[in-house]
Write a new protein. Structure first.
Lengths: 282, 290
């Protein structure tokens, strides 16, 4: 039946529309990629060429800008620091969000709806509001300029998001599975780890993707909470502004290198992206 | 799904509660604390009551920033939501091209926000940017560091570039879930393309679209890094949105009292609007029988 529809739509009125769609998508993708292309091209030019000649592609191709970054520890440690707190944040957020999402998806209890909204309100809190109090809080307990401070601060908006996404996925798992497992004599922790977690594995993957995304792209909090030891790459980039102007080539190269981890992550989850972006609610 | 009543479920929520209480309630109380006190330095605080709130309510600076913020959020929602749905409708349904589109479209979403700012900064510059250089070469006077309209257009186009894909991907996920039978029925009824969209596709993607609107509203209302990198809030104050103004006040000038009062009112506005969206969203969820 679905086969017949497909042939129908292919041979019928759909053909001209496919071309139209291709044009629309082509233009949209061009719009998306053009600025990125410009950054990439700039990172492969010398500063003289960037400033003095307007060229659409590098005339004398150079990798010096990348070499500057990859050989200077104050540069590449920025990437390492960012990675450390992003991973820490993913682990913390998932560890606390999994049981909570299970509770929200399976049980009703006193104040559950209010609690859920209260959690979400933390996703809505502007980081600008929290920047100064966070700085004081983490300074006073001696966590200033550590990776864990940034990871905890990012948990503010990532934990509610994780609970929200996971709850959507867990609702899709029939409750009979829980009941059968309990009848078979599984204790709750054992059931949760051995049976339930594998069932929502794709949901966990999607959640991890979103946690990575929002922790990786955030700057305001991670910059406020660090000075040297845990300084993220995004904050390191401001270094390119020196006494003799901006080092455009290195700035562009650093920018390109921050896009790479995201691109890698996207490549790995490409088959789940569509469902993932609907947060399990389709 | 019908849920069972179980008060012990609170124990499962406990870790989240402790963590969020630590990273949200303590800082928030600090803000509340500052908002009702005044200081002469040296950590000497005294009670100021609602003075700061009154100051802020009378402050033209805050109302201007709020006006700019509302204008910005409204404009980008009006552009990004329809454009995102339009792009989703035109995306390939399956196969290599669908994967390619998904990967390329997600790319801007995973770029750190200050790099997004940097990308548009170098893209739009008159001397070294492709966009700025080309526009000026064909005779359009464009300079986002000096001209009010150019700055606004740059910031808006940047946000559209950055976030339209999120709306498109959400809408795409919604469209993917519509069974073929619906389209067949529409074909038998000889429904036009517009009525297929109006009566089949739109109702089906309404749920995810609400998520998109909620996320886009919240994030655009909190926007800080991208416009800060590109325009620094200028020219003049023309792109100083609420967060930029707040950070200037709190971390730049260290006006703790007014900044704290500002923070609280800012947060309350976001909460109020988000509550409305959230209520609409959960009602839609219920109607769909989720």
């Amino acid at each position: 039946m679905s086969d017949s529809t497909r042939t129908m739509s292919k041979s019928g009125s759909f053909l001209p529309k496919v071309n139209g769609s291709a044009i629309v998508m082509g233009m949209y993708l061009l719009f998306l990629l053009l600025p990125i292309y410009w950054l990439l091209v700039m990172s492969l030019k010398t500063n003289t060429e960037i400033l003095n000649a307007f060229t659409l592609w590098p005339r004398d191709l150079t990798f010096d800008n990348y070499l500057t970054i990859l050989t200077d520890s104050s540069w590449y440690m920025g990437y390492v620091n960012s990675m450390i707190y992003v991973v820490l944040n993913m682990l913390i957020s998932l560890a606390v969000a999994l049981p909570a999402a299970y509770a929200f998806s399976r049980y009703t209890f006193l104040g559950d709806k209010h609690l859920f909204f209260w959690l979400l309100t933390n996703r809505m809190a502007p980081p600008a509001v929290f920047a100064l109090p966070f700085f004081q809080l983490y300074s006073s307990i001696g966590l200033f300029d550590t990776h864990i401070a940034v990871a905890l601060a990012h948990a503010l908006f990532n934990v509610p998001l994780a609970v929200w996404i996971l709850e959507g996925f867990m609702r899709g798992v029939p409750k009979e599975i829980d009941e059968t497992a309990y009848i078979d004599g599984y204790s709750f922790p054992r059931f949760f780890v051995r049976i339930f977690t594998p069932l929502v594995a794709s949901g966990i993957g999607v959640t991890a993707f979103f946690l990575f995304m929002f922790s990786w792209v955030e700057l305001l909090l991670s910059r406020t909470l660090t000075s040297v030891n845990a300084k993220p790459i995004a904050a390191t980039m401001t270094r390119t502004v020196g006494a003799d102007g901006i080092d455009w080539g290195v700035l562009a190269a650093a920018g390109v290198l921050t896009i790479l981890p995201g691109a890698l992550v996207i490549y790995f989850v490409r088959n789940y992206i569509a469902k993932g972006f609907a947060l399990g609610r389709v | 799904m019908n849920k069972t009543v179980n008060q012990k479920a609170w124990f499962l929520i406990l870790p989240v509660l402790l963590l969020v209480a630590f990273s949200a309630v303590i800082p928030l109380m600090t803000v509340v604390n500052y908002s009702v006190q005044d200081t002469f330095g040296n950590n000497m605080f005294f009670w100021a009551g609602l003075e700061w709130f009154e100051t802020m309510m009378a402050s033209e600076r805050m109302w201007d920033a709020l006006g700019r913020q509302i204008a910005f959020s409204t404009i980008i929602l009006l552009i990004e939501i329809p454009l995102g749905v339009f792009v989703a409708l035109n995306m390939p349904k399956k196969g290599f091209w669908a994967s390619l589109c998904l990967v390329l479209m997600s790319l801007p979403l995973l770029i750190p926000w200050n790099v997004v700012g940097t990308i548009w900064q170098v893209f739009g510059r008159v001397d070294i940017g492709l966009l700025g250089y080309t526009l000026n070469a064909i005779g359009i006077d464009y300079n986002y560091t000096q001209d009010f309209y150019a700055a606004w257009i740059t910031v808006i186009v940047m946000d559209v570039w950055h976030w339209t894909s999120l709306v498109a991907l959400l809408a795409y996920a919604g469209l993917q879930s519509i069974p073929d039978a619906y389209y067949q029925a529409a074909k038998i009824d000889q429904a036009s393309r517009i009525s297929v969209f109006r009566f089949i596709e739109l109702p089906k993607i309404m749920g995810v679209l609400m998520i998109a609107i909620l996320l886009r509203f919240m994030d655009s209302f909190m926007i800080y890094t991208e416009p800060f990198v590109v325009t620094g809030g200028g020219p003049g104050n023309s792109t100083t949105f609420l967060s930029i103004d707040l950070v200037k006040m709190a971390l730049g000038q260290f006006d703790l009292g007014p900044a704290a009062a500002f923070s609280i009112m800012y947060y309350l506005v976001i909460l109020l609007v988000s509550y409305v969206f959230y209520t609409v969203m959960t009602n839609l969820d219920k109607r769909d029988g989720h």
